[in-house]
Design a binder for this molecule. Structure first.
Ligand SMILES: C[S@@+](CC[C@H](N)C(=O)[O-])C[C@H]1O[C@@H](n2cnc3c(N)ncnc32)[C@H](O)[C@@H]1O
Length: 292
């Protein structure tokens, strides 16, 4: 997408999530779920990756901040605030917060706010999580968002931020294979007349009737050296793996009939053996910030 002037970015992202991202499609999910692989074959792997977050946050306290909570769309997300009295959902999308309220009712406090300028006092959150949100901010504001998270955390506690890298060497290695698999899957699906909901047709729109451009919004990703230099110089951080492979990898290369479940168990095991290496070279890092 083209990059709009900075002040327009937030309005554009907010409008996107209010009108597109958090619109329900079918019975099961939101439009945003097109960025996840929801097939049964990947379910166990995706589920276990979601739960990695719980290892790094303080398990209980009064307030847990979910910065860019969205509607708390996956059941695993509920685990993060289980030991907390309140989950404070902060998001720029009204629709997200309305949906989140329906999900957690009195357990939640819902604040329309910008993660780069949080309307909270310092040192009040026992735990902080932020998943797939910082990438919607321009680079300078990502620095501010990290500083804000650090400011509102209670000392001795930790925050978990999950985001994607701009480029993952592991996914770059697999990209020719993914391209070949996309080609084969298209032929197979046309021949058999089966087309997945999220798959594009030849007119560049899918069954939701929207073009690719309409189905996406501003995203800016960085690489590990930027993170270490710009953020690591300001606060202590560690990088682990959240998930080493992209959704494209899962959808194209993982299939039940090809032993997909077993492959993903092996992959999960590898990630557990080398969480720091795959955190750096895989697609999605889990960034832990500790406040001394
Ligand atoms: C990709 S969704 C992720 C939602 C949720 N964390 C998840 O993993 O399902 C990104 C969310 O961040 C919110 N968001 C984007 N920019 C934001 C900002 N500057 N401040 C607060 N929320 C923001 C969007 O409204 C959206 O709900």
């Amino acid at each position: 997408m083209s990059t709009p002037a900075d002040p327009e970015i937030k309005q554009q992202v907010q409008a996107f999530y209010d009108h597109v991202g958090w619109k329900r499609v079918g019975d099961c999910c939101y439009q945003n779920a097109r960025y996840e692989d929801l097939r049964p074959v990947s379910q166990e792997y995706v589920h276990r990756c979601h739960l990695r977050v719980t290892r790094h946050i303080t398990p209980s306290g009064k307030y847990l901040l979910d910065a860019g909570s969205g509607p708390i769309q996956y059941p695993e997300y509920l685990e993060y605030s289980k030991g907390y009295q309140y989950r404070v959902c902060a998001d720029i999308s009204h629709v997200a917060l309305k949906e989140a309220r329906e999900r957690i009712n009195d357990h939640g406090l819902f604040v329309v706010s910008d993660v780069a300028n949080l309307p909270f006092k310092e040192d009040i959150f026992g735990g902080v999580v932020s998943l797939h949100t910082f990438h919607h901010l321009p680079r300078d504001e990502q620095v501010e968002a990290y500083a804000e998270i650090f400011r509102v955390m209670i000392p001795s506690n930790s925050a978990v931020i999950v985001n994607g890298w701009r480029e993952s060497p592991l996914m770059r290695f697999f990209s020719p294979l993914i391209r070949i698999a996309v080609f084969i899957l298209r032929i197979y699906r046309r021949a058999t007349g089966r087309e997945s909901y999220f798959e594009q047709d030849q007119h560049g729109s899918n069954s939701s009737g929207m073009t690719d451009e309409q189905q996406a919004t501003f995203v800016h990703r960085e690489d590990p050296s930027w993170l270490k230099q710009e953020i690591g110089s300001e606060m202590p951080l560690e990088i682990f793996v959240w998930r080493s492979v992209s959704t494209d990898f899962l959808r194209t290369l993982i299939h039940r009939k090809l032993g997909g479940r077993l492959v993903l168990r092996l992959l999960y095991w590898l990630e557990e053996c080398a969480p720091r290496v795959l955190g750096l070279y895989g697609q999605y890092p889990l960034i832990v910030i500790r406040k001394a």
